[in-house]
Design a protein around this ligand. Structure first.
Ligand code: TYD
Length: 232
């Protein structure tokens, strides 16, 4: 029997609205690539054609009337497709996968809506994610009001806030608390990052964590990626 094929590493970025996850996910994927490491950038909800179609339904608010359990099932349906079509094939090829939001967002957001049985989200996650659990999760943390203000500032004037941005301040506080609780409960997987610094500053901190957690002593020659075009 030959050796098991090398599996790539799965890195997820999580956090509330306007914490800069998308910018950081992009910078991290680019920096890995610049270091000669195969890496793809993807996101949830979305990341595969089927999941992107479900994303439209979820973010428009059209599914809000299904209630938290119904929305959690839709996020999970999107996740099944994304994992099957995009994430697992990349990991099996040995590529790194950098994903903007993943299952912790279901725990935090659908959990914060309330009314779900305690085990529902946990059991659902186990069924959907299986063994494809993240190797590293970076939780970008920022006071809720600052994050919502950033999200508002970047939104085009013609666009309406999405289904979750429209939720109350108390909801977003609960989401932030949920992410911090996940990080405290799973310190081997999760690292909380202060997202209040500049994009370049956060990117540097992210890279140090990735080097430390995933490369150990190996020195990776990866130039910092310019953030000038990515500050959104
Ligand atoms: P997106 O535009 O990607 O938000 P952001 O720029 O803040 O990352 O929209 C994703 C929204 O969907 C966001 O408000 C969080 C929410 N969401 C959930 O409620 N549950 C989930 O499982 C996921 C993946 C996202």
């Amino acid at each position: 029997m030959g050796e098991a094929p090398a599996r790539g590493r799965f890195i997820t970025l999580e956090g509330g609205e306007g914490t800069g996850k998308s910018t950081q996910a992009k910078l991290l994927a680019e920096r890995l690539q610049a270091a000669g490491i195969a890496a793809i950038l993807t996101r949830e909800p979305g990341g595969s054609p089927g999941a992107e179609a479900i994303r439209e339904v979820l973010l428009s608010g059209a599914a809000a009337s299904l209630g938290p359990a119904g929305e959690a099932l839709l996020f999970s349906a999107a996740r099944i497709d994304h994992l099957e079509k995009t994430v697992r094939p990349a990991l099996e090829e040995g590529s790194f996968v950098v994903c903007d939001r993943f299952a912790d967002s279901t725990r935090a957001y659908q959990g914060a809506l309330g009314g779900l049985k305690q085990d529902f989200i946990r059991d659902l996650e186990r069924l959907v994610v299986g063994n494809t659990r993240p190797d590293l999760t970076l939780i970008l943390d920022l006071p809720v009001e600052a994050g919502l203000a950033r999200a508002e500032a970047r939104r085009p004037q013609s666009a309406r806030a999405d289904r979750f941005e429209r939720e109350t301040l108390a909801f977003h506080e609960a989401v932030r608390g949920a992410f911090l609780a996940i990080a405290a409960a799973e310190p081997a997987r999760c690292v909380v990052m202060d997202a209040s610094a500049s994009a370049a500053g956060v990117a540097e901190a992210v890279w140090m964590v990735v080097e430390d957690r995933l490369f150990g002593d190996k020195v990776i020659c990866a130039p910092a990626i310019s953030t000038t075009k990515s500050l959104t």
